[in-house]
Write a protein that binds this ligand. Structure first.
Ligand SMILES: N[C@@H](CCC(=O)N[C@@H](CSS)C(=O)NCC(=O)O)C(=O)O
Ligand SMILES: [Fe+2]
Length: 300
């Protein structure tokens, strides 16, 4: 049975307060209270949902879960369909950006400034092949921040992280989990306190990263995703680095049930991934050399 996944709040209202505001007393379906959307319209439940499945995403400025509070923003690049994440500790104001895009580095720096945050790390989940990372430009725009990427990526950075290490900003923590297969340097950043993971291109919503370049391996990806991501608790939210059809977030439970690639056997998965027949990313020839030096290459 799916459980609702965590909500990352953007208004300063607590999780419970927000849930109360969308739960209308007395609306029960199949023995469960039925959430309404903020406009008061009942969400229509499919057959599967009526059987007890309800997954929904509500997003506000800050989120309180237990004693943990984190500022969480998901930002989007329409050209490369990349998600960039801004995470911050509201008490110390320390912030990190994950997977920024060079064309939108000024947008990201402006948001950090407007929110009064102190950007300490600009991080990447892997060496991207489809766009130039905003890391180098952000380091110019916010000189005090440091770049972060995995040691395995082979890319230049101020800080190289390895499996099991923890990135701290204020009281917030991200565990580094090595999830190779899309590239050999891919990592997933897991936030246990807020119950979510930033999966990069290892796991996409109802999909996964391709494995046909950058030392990709379908077998390795299958093992990484199952052992390091889908082994997290069912209600962990999973945020990808890309989405091409409009999804924003998923959960461990959803992907274990609905991912059309990763619910297959390992042999079927390898066969599928080795026959995707995708065109190479348009910008691969400029992105890889630039990202090897954390996007500092030929900066304007
Ligand atoms: N059309 C895009 C590239 C699309 C693409 O290859 N995406 C990658 C992630 S970026 S390295 C991927 O792994 N896709 C998985 C899939 O199943 O599509 C462009 O030209 O940039
Ligand atoms: Fe990628």
């Amino acid at each position: 049975m799916l459980k609702p996944f965590p909500v990352h709040s953007e208004t300063g209202l607590g999780f419970i307060t927000m849930l109360r505001s969308v739960l209308r007393p007395g609306v029960i379906l199949g023995g469960r209270r039925t959430p309404l959307n903020p406009h008061g319209r009942t969400i229509c439940l499919s057959g599967r949902e009526k059987a007890g499945t309800l997954a929904f995403s509500l997003r506000k400025f800050t989120q309180t879960r237990g004693s943990g509070v984190m500022i969480f923003r998901q930002l989007f690049d329409r050209d490369s369909c990349t998600y960039t994440y801004l995470l911050a500790d509201p008490d110390t104001k320390e912030a990190v950006l994950v997977d920024p895009v060079i064309e939108l580095a000024e947008r990201d720096a402006k948001l950090v400034d407007q929110m009064g945050l102190n950007l300490i790390y600009v991080m990447n989940t892997h060496m991207h092949a489809d766009h130039i990372t905003g890391t180098g430009l952000l380091k110019k725009l916010v000189p005090s921040c440091q770049s972060v990427i995995s040691k395995e990526s082979g890319a230049m950075a101020d800080v190289h992280v390895e499996h099991g290490e923890v990135v701290k900003f204020g009281e917030q923590e991200l565990e580094v989990r090595q999830t190779p297969g899309h590239t050999n340097g891919c990592v997933t950043y897991v936030c246990h306190g807020e119950k979510f993971a930033l999966t990069g291109d290892a796991l996409l919503v109802r999909g996964c990263g391709r494995t046909d370049f950058q030392e990709g391996s379908a077998e390795t990806l299958y093992e990484s995703v199952h052992s390091q991501i889908l082994s997290l608790p069912d209600d962990f939210a999973l945020y990808p680095a890309h989405d091409y059809v409009g999804h924003t977030v998923t959960s461990v439970a959803e992907e274990k049930e609905f991912n059309p690639r990763l619910t297959k056997s390992k042999e079927e998965f390898i066969d599928l991934m080795n026959n995707l027949g995708l065109a190479y990313p348009r910008k691969i020839d400029i992105s890889l050399p630039a990202n090897k030096v954390c996007g500092l290459y030929n900066l304007p």
